[in-house]
Design a protein around this ligand. Structure first.
Ligand code: FO1
Length: 307
């Protein structure tokens, strides 16, 4: 089973899948568009969330960072007048320092991720979408800024004029991603921001064409006219897209078989999804506890039997 992941929505679904499948049967293709260099450290937030989830140390209140982490280094640096965009915990920084060391020693991000996963004893396969740098850059009236500057420093407040995936024209799917997609039949598009979490993965050359040959189920991260969390609404609106599950389905229309949307969504009409040639499935997508995450994963696995 492959799942495309980024942000905090898809990791919740992975948490559900883990209750049903052995970790070694799960492969996660992860967005790297939010990666950032900070104080000499290469941080890959979406990869780390997945690593920490499988290592059993993820802070499941925030769905990023390590549970119970301390922030001594961050605060000491602040005392010295050095402000970092991301409030990086001490243990989290240690993981990121190891990654940076591995990359500086010549490893690719794929190799460095596999090495860290191995050292954590992780059995799942965690694959960065690409070994080439791709960065989600947000254009506001005040100028262009990195996604993390927009979302964390500016609290997602500036009006978004547009955004781009810087570097995407030169980026390739990693050979590990290509190989895994060749072997596996079923792919889940997790309920993550379709613009900055899933969008960069789909923008890689060949990705959409490969997905057309697979059984693909996508889960909407939007209920009604608002995302469950994060800036998806603002970013979709900036692209002139309807902020709704229908808008999300439209983005995946050419390669998905089933579109899962929330049972409480009173804006989406299933016949609109059918008209796109996609099977709609209304499920409870609010994964607020372990049981609900398992239930959604179970329903999705059942759906694959009929695709
Ligand atoms: N998000 C925040 O809103 N504030 C932070 O200080 C922060 C720190 C941070 C450190 C490491 C990390 O891996 C993620 C962190 N995040 C933080 C989350 C991150 O900005 C995004 O939510 C992810 O990129 C997912 O979209």
């Amino acid at each position: 089973m492959i799942i495309l992941s980024g942000g905090t929505g898809s990791p919740k679904l992975i948490d559900g899948l883990r209750q049903l499948l052995p970790d070694e049967d799960i492969t996660v293709i992860v967005n790297t568009g939010e990666d950032i260099w900070s104080s000499g450290v290469f941080i890959s937030p979406d990869i780390d969330t997945v690593l920490y989830l499988f290592a059993g140390i993820l802070d499941k209140n925030k769905w990023w960072s390590i549970v119970g982490d301390t922030y001594n280094t961050f605060h000491q640096m602040k005392t010295l007048g050095h402000n970092e965009i991301l409030m990086l915990g001490d243990r989290d920084r240690a993981v990121n320092l190891v990654r940076t060391h591995l990359i500086r020693s010549g490893e690719t991000l794929t190799e460095a991720t596999a090495e860290i996963a191995k050292r954590f004893g992780i059995k799942a396969v965690i694959l960065p979408m690409s070994d080439d740098p791709v960065t989600s850059v947000i254009k506001t009236a005040g100028g262009k800024m990195h996604f993390q500057a927009f979302w964390v420093s500016c609290k997602g407040e500036p009006d978004v004029l547009s955004f781009e995936y810087e570097g995407i024209e030169k980026a390739k799917l990693s050979s590990a991603v290509r190989d895994t997609l060749e072997k596996e039949e079923c792919v889940i598009i997790g309920p993550s921001n379709p613009m900055t979490s899933i969008g960069p993965i789909l923008a890689l050359p060949e990705m959409r064409n490969i997905l057309k040959t697979k059984k693909v189920i996508a889960v909407s991260p939007i209920i009604g006219n608002a995302p469950v969390s994060g800036p998806a609404g603002k970013l979709m609106a900036a692209k002139g897209l309807e902020v709704s599950s229908k808008g999300v389905a439209g983005l995946y229309q050419d390669f998905i078989d089933v579109f899962v949307y929330d049972i409480s969504d009173d804006v989406l009409l299933p016949e609109e999804i059918e008209a796109m040639g996609i099977r709609p499935a209304a499920l409870d997508t609010m994964m607020t506890d372990e049981e609900k995450r398992k239930k959604l994963a179970e329903e999705i696995l059942k759906l694959f039997e009929t695709v």
